[in-house]
Design a protein around this ligand. Structure first.
Ligand SMILES: [Zn+2]
Length: 300
């Protein structure tokens, strides 16, 4: 994890000034209300009480924001992080830009939630939330990035054991075929390069989409940690787990397939419509995943 030192400074300021629950509780020296104690015992009770003062130590920061890079048109792609654990859990909002803008709002709402509830991040986890992986598409109201490339069809998937998910240039959506929707070559786009590099050492990656109302993992059925991630997410959030994958049209160059091949447990959560963020059920899902990262990554 790259955490520049200025986050340490900010974190210390935040940790020292941000909350009051670090102060020790000081109990009042006992006032003995029982009148039958002999005078000697009463004198002992009145002995001075020493209260230790907490030592001022540098508290490592537990939250921050980091610039991952810029989109094709120069918009920032940022991530907010929470906690200090060695398990890297990443939530990616809005890879499909303006046509799935509710996933951007969901990610922002999750950031606000964890800013107020840092205690929900287990000690072995650092939670990373990317509000939008496709800021140009969000700005232009398009599913693709500014170069007309679908960022969830641009990954290199030729090395896994499935042929049907391999990267192709012309891609499918519900309305038909998008010429060049996969980009010029795998990972041709600055946004997918950035995601690929940032997620390479993650244990868990969850991408938010709308609006199939289901959970998907790799269509190449050889990565048990991803299947276990999908199962646990489904159980906690109530979205159905589509174990058989997306049946409507071929999905090529998808990020979850690439990540599963790389050993990262990866899933897509599809919200049920294009408007609502469905925050509560998605928080349930994220909390369940954060509590079970070890079981997920060790699934066989
Ligand atoms: Zn999508």
């Amino acid at each position: 994890m790259r955490k520049p030192f200025w986050w340490l400074v900010i974190g210390v300021v935040w940790a020292v000034g941000g909350c009051g629950d670090g102060a020790p509780s000081v109990s009042t020296p006992g006032v003995n209300s029982t009148p039958i104690l002999p005078p000697v015992a009463a004198a002992t009770d009145a002995a001075p009480t020493f209260v230790s003062t907490p030592t001022q130590t540098a508290v490592p920061p537990r939250r921050g924001e980091e610039l991952l890079g810029e989109s094709w048109e120069g918009r920032p792609i940022t991530t907010h992080w929470f906690g200090n654990g060695h398990r890297k859990v990443v939530l990616v909002g809005n890879i499909h830009g303006g046509t799935e803008q509710n996933t951007h709002r969901l990610a922002l709402e999750m950031i606000t939630h964890f800013e107020e509830h840092l205690e929900e991040v287990p000690s072995d986890v650092t939670l990373w939330i990317i509000p939008t992986a496709n800021p140009d598409g969000l700005a232009h109201g398009t599913r693709s990035n500014a170069r007309g490339v679908d960022l969830n069809r641009n990954a290199y998937n030729d090395a896994d054991s499935c042929a049907e998910n391999d990267w192709v240039s012309d891609t499918h959506i519900t309305e038909g075929i998008i010429e060049g929707g996969g980009g010029e070559r795998p990972f041709s786009e600055v946004e997918t390069q950035l995601l690929r590099d940032f997620l390479d050492d993650a244990q868990v990656a969850i991408f938010y989409h709308s609006m199939a109302g289901m959970i998907f993992v790799t269509s190449c059925a050889d990565h048990p940690p991803s299947a276990e991630l999908g199962r646990r997410l489904s159980e906690a959030s109530g979205y159905a787990f589509a174990k058989e994958g997306w049946g409507s049209y071929p999905v090529t160059g998808a990020m979850v397939d690439y990540l599963a091949y790389r050993g990262v447990a990866a899933a897509e959560v599809e919200l049920t419509n294009k408007v609502d963020t469905e925050l509560d059920r998605n928080l349930d899902g994220v909390r369940a995943v954060m509590e079970s990262v070890d079981e997920i990554v060790s699934s066989l």
